[in-house]
Design a protein around this ligand. Structure first.
Ligand code: BG6
Length: 485
């Protein structure tokens, strides 16, 4: 349920995340009538700027199609409900000042109810002081709700994550906290529940008896240009695998939740993650891109230490020790500076028992998360004509064709709306984070040099499919390329 009399406070309003994701998502919700009645948006950051500059920055990434005067008019309306306060992150008086400003807006409400949703689009170094200051200076003790939305990184390993969670919990309850993993807001990730549990055709073969191996792949065609400083401290495993891909894996493999309720779903996700032991070094392939195709290598980035061994590519195989999945390899792979942008799940079924057909392709169910959302099943069919031969073909649900007129919301739109409604289903619970870190902490400590010499990633050219070692790595886990297509 959306609450009237809500103020959304975006902390870090002048930063990249706010400009590129938060404000465009808030505008998308506003434009389509999904924000609460009489909503206000208040930006907060250290930068001193006037309202005009604030509006310029926060609407700069909103896409208005050429000549679309209706959307342009909405942008102008949107600006009117959004204003800015500047102040520090560490000092109480700045937050008293913010609180006074919020009260001045709230004093105009017809009813006594007032609600505040704080969105922290901030670097991790200020998470804790800001969470504390908000609680001490800007928290509504009576007559409304307070919520806090936070973004990764949630620590760097199990221990640092626990410390961060503990520090935040001193001020905010689990119920008030919404931890974003934006992959949970993506349309196709949200579709996994329906695909799995509303189709007996899929759910009946969803196990080790039918499935040979699963790949969850993230590919980006650009490097870390400009973000080298941040990236080098974290690496591709913390940036993508430990959060986004593991979230996808948990929904793909969990048992059916008792209901759609947030805690039922999250209970099942935690349960399946707990059945995954820490990733083994022997199940890991690490890569780093080098200059090629006129593009610079990772080490050519000025913001990266010249001898960095930080992986920009990783493939890791996870095993789930439960009756449904024992023995099925789940290969999570992600890389920067590759040949294309693509995120997909590829479920490869086992061979049909040998007999009447030889050398036929395996069935594959591919769920393409982006770009161009699609679900397609590779299956064998008879070549039309006077002889019988099995030919691989596809049953293809490509959203652009099937749902041409339907707007697919941005992940952030969907998640901000959920947070406004108080629905935790697509946010990461504390125990989920803990178990996710446990899976990756040993391998991360190895990469960080905390348990012996640091492994050296294998090189791969900018713009390639990834390290040449990738194909043998996947084949080791039983993946078979289809005979055609
Ligand atoms: C972020 C990572 O979490 O996800 C980035 O920090 C990455 O490195 C981004 O580019 C990818 O998100 P999307 O929605 O573009 O797939």
């Amino acid at each position: 349920q959306l609450k009237d009399n809500t103020i959304i406070i975006v902390l870090g309003a002048s930063g990249d995340l706010a400009k590129k994701k938060t404000y465009p998502a808030l505008f998308g919700l506003y434009k389509n009538g999904f924000l609460p009645r009489d909503v206000h948006i208040v930006g907060y950051a250290r930068t001193k700027m006037d309202e005009a500059e604030y509006h310029k920055r926060t609407t700069g990434y909103i896409k208005v199609p050429e000549g679309d005067s209706e959307t342009q008019a909405k942008v102008e309306e949107f600006k009117k409900l959004s204003s800015y306060v500047s102040g520090g992150y560490e000092d109480g008086p700045s937050f008293d000042n913010l609180n006074k400003y919020l009260e001045s807006i709230e004093s105009k409400y017809q009813s006594k109810e007032r609600n505040r949703v704080f969105y922290l689009a901030l670097p991790p170094s200020v998470f804790i002081p800001v969470a504390k200051n908000l609680k001490e200076h800007c928290y509504i003790a009576k007559g409304g709700i307070n919520r806090i939305i936070v973004e990764k990184p949630f620590g760097k390993d199990t221990d640092s994550c626990r410390e961060l969670l503990k520090a935040l919990k001193e001020h905010w309850t689990e119920d008030e906290t919404f931890r974003i993993d934006h992959y949970l807001g993506k349309e196709m990730v949200k579709n996994l529940l329906v695909l799995r549990f509303a189709n007996i055709a899929f759910s009946s073969g969803w196990d080790k008896n039918s499935i040979s191996n699963v790949q969850i792949t993230f590919k980006e065609p650009f490097g870390t240009e400009g973000r080298g400083g941040y990236f080098d401290e974290f690496g591709i495993i913390r940036d993508i695998l430990q959060n986004h891909l593991l979230q996808v894996l948990s929904i793909l493999t969990m048992e059916r939740p008792v209901s759609f309720a947030a805690e039922d779903i999250r209970d099942e996700k935690v349960k399946v993650l707990r059945a995954i032991p820490p990733v083994e070094r022997s199940d890991t392939l690490l890569g780093q891109y080098v200059a090629a195709n006129g593009k610079p290598g990772y080490l050519d980035d000025d913001t990266v230490p010249h001898n960095s061994v930080c992986p920009t590519y990783a493939a890791t195989t996870l095993w789930i020790h439960n009756p449904r999945w024992e023995g099925v390899p789940f290969i999570l792979k992600a890389g920067k500076a590759l040949n294309e942008a693509k995120v997909e799940i590829r479920i490869q079924y086992k061979d049909v028992t040998q007999g009447i057909f030889k050398d036929i392709s395996r069935n594959e169910l591919v769920i393409r998360i982006q770009p161009s959302e699609a679900v397609y099943l590779k299956f064998n069919t008879k070549t039309p004509g006077l002889y019988t031969r099995a030919l691989p073909a596809e049953m293809d649900l490509t959203y652009k064709r099937r749902f041409a007129d339907i707007h697919i919301p941005e992940a952030y739109e969907s998640l901000i709306l959920d947070a406004l409604k108080g629905d935790h289903s697509n946010f990461v619970r504390d125990d989920e984070l803990d178990v996710a870190w446990k899976i990756f902490t040993p391998i991360l400590h190895w990469i960080d040099g905390l348990s012996g010499p640091r492994p050296k990633p294998v090189p791969y050219p900018y713009g390639s499919r990834g390290p040449k070692e990738l194909d043998p790595f996947i084949a080791k886990y039983g993946y078979k390329r289809s005979t055609e297509g």
